[in-house]
Ligand binder design. Structure first.
Ligand code: FAD
Length: 453
């Protein structure tokens, strides 16, 4: 070990890299971590955290509108975008400080620079030109947004990194994409009062999610005034005064003040020196790893979005932890990517675990489906006409619950807790013998008696 400057060099101080570095240092490893942008990575600086803060902001108009039915007279509310942007900035700066302190307190050296791989044991620091040798190198460089496919005028579109800090709230926003990031931003800006259009090339939003969730969310979005343009693509974008003129594949031309392109994220490996070091990448540029995060080069490992498996923060954190346990803690650990609860912070919200009904049918031909659609209690007085939907998928051979899908307020919080039961292998009988908590929306999950299919 003494032949190397450090035991572990981590490239990228995001969710996965920070966790791996801290845990490895805790095992006594000498660790350095390089970050070319801000410590905390995508999730803290330009992903989950600012996104969720903006989701909260976007939901206040619902609360104001719902209040009347409960006797409140809410004077006309006004919204000040620069306050939200400034408060968000203060919060992520606070979190970045915590991340930095936690790394330093764990004994990890932070290097504020881009770093690239020179050979299987050497990293070059671009800011200084220094070369650092390491027994093990961890690639945790994440992913970055791209416009896919490239179109003329594509540079007139914004990527999600930029949308948080616009000088002013857009007037008319076009969001291109059908994944969760596109869906969430459409919900945020619509909630903030922006005239919002969501355009997606597929027939439904949120590919891979349960069909009832997809259709239910589309209905709710339309009801909320979000224009959905499905099965269409953008041919080109042109400058139009202060705004952007979008030419659609159906021949129409539409004008917007801003265009957000949220069509995909690609592994951040370009120019990283991995090819020269002999590390195998797939066609998308993702680092190819085994269950332990090991690449085909013995001293180089990778975790998180750069491996393009399940691109979520808790997964990157778990992979980083498992890597450190395996390599520095002498505890070989893998991560289960099969059963992952997750949420989409649209309004209404989605919470989901396990396969969609269609995917489950392919695995379990006798699949039993329980489903309920109802109006939440709060809606009775508020007059809001947005249904909740809950669905439980059961394998009749074992009675195990293999999937739960929820659409409606609190779905993200609910699926985290239901996720424990599903991960433990709970059966439908276990759900049934769980006492209901009344009155809640979640009690429907333990009172579903009659299958619909
Ligand atoms: P990252 O967090 O991206 O960290 C990689 C770091 O490496 C970055 O800081 C980057 O600057 C740095 N870097 C890259 N190359 C170099 C280099 N050569 N030298 C030095 N540093 C380098 N996930 C959820 O679970 N829930 C959510 O609600 C959620 N919302 C999201 C919303 C948005 C808008 C986006 C974009 C993502 C969201 N995600 C969410 C996904 C989540 O942010 C990622 O899955 C997670 O951050 C991946 O962690 P990571 O460690 O792999 O990479």
């Amino acid at each position: 070990m003494g032949d190397f400057d450090v035991d572990l060099f981590v490239i990228g101080a995001g969710s996965g890299g920070v966790r791996a570095g801290r845990i490895a240092a805790g095992y006594g490893a000498r660790v350095a971590i390089a970050e070319e942008s801000r410590v905390g990575g995508t999730c803290v600086i330009r992903g989950c955290v600012p996104k969720k803060l903006y989701v909260y902001a976007s939901r206040f108009p619902d609360h104001f509108a719902d209040a009347a039915g409960f006797g409140w007279n809410v004077p006309k509310a006004t919204f000040h975008w620069p306050t939200l942007v400034a408060n968000k900035e203060a919060e992520i700066t606070r979190l970045e400080g915590i991340y930095r302190r936690n790394l330093a307190n764990s004994g990890v050296e932070i290097i504020d620079s881009r770093a690239v791989v020179e050979d299987p044991h050497t990293v070059r620091i671009l800011a200084t030109g220094a070369r650092i040798t390491a027994r093990v190198i961890l690639i945790a460089t994440g992913a970055r947004p791209i416009l896919e496919p490239a179109i003329p005028g594509g540079e007139l579109g914004l990527i999600s990194d930029q949308i948080f800090d616009l000088a002013a709230l857009p007037e008319r926003l076009l969001v291109i994409g059908g994944g969760y990031i596109a869906v969430e931003f459409a919900g945020i800006f619509s909630g903030l009062g922006v005239e919002t259009t969501l355009l997606h090339r597929g027939p439904h939003l949120l590919r891979g999610f349960d069909e009832d969730l997809r259709v239910g969310l589309e209905e709710a979005y339309r009801e909320r005034g979000i224009e959905l343009l499905l099965e269409r693509t953008i041919e080109r974008l042109d400058r139009n005064g202060e705004g952007v003129l979008a030419t659609l594949s159906d021949g129409t031309r539409r004008s917007f003040s801003h265009v957000l392109v949220a069509t995909g994220r690609w592994p951040h490996t370009r120019g990283l020196g991995l090819e020269a070091a002999g590390v195998a990448l797939n066609a998308k540029g993702a680092v190819v790893v085994n269950d332990y995060g090991a690449t085909n080069v013995a001293s180089i490992f990778a975790v998180g979005d750069v491996t393009d498996r399940v691109n979520l923060t808790p997964v990157a954190i778990r992979e980083g932890h498992a890597f450190a346990d395996t390599i520095f803690g002498d505890k070989p650990t893998t991560v289960d990517h099969a059963t992952i609860p997750t949420a989409v912070f649209s309004t209404p919200e989605l919470g989901t675990i396990g396969p969609s009904e269609a995917a489950a049918r392919a695995l379990y031909p006798d699949l039993v489906v329980y489903r309920t659609r109802f109006r939440a209690m709060k809606s009775t007085l508020s007059g809001r006409n947005e249904p909740m939907m809950m669905k439980i998928l059961v394998d009749p051979a074992t009675d195990k619950v293999i999937g739960v899908h929820i659409l409606g307020e609190g779905a993200g919080e609910m699926i985290q807790v239901v996720g424990i039961a599903v991960t433990m292998g709970a059966t439908k009988a276990d759900f049934d013998r769980t006492m209901a908590v009344h009155p809640t929306a979640a009690e429907e999950l333990v009172t579903l008696r009659t299958p619909v299919a």
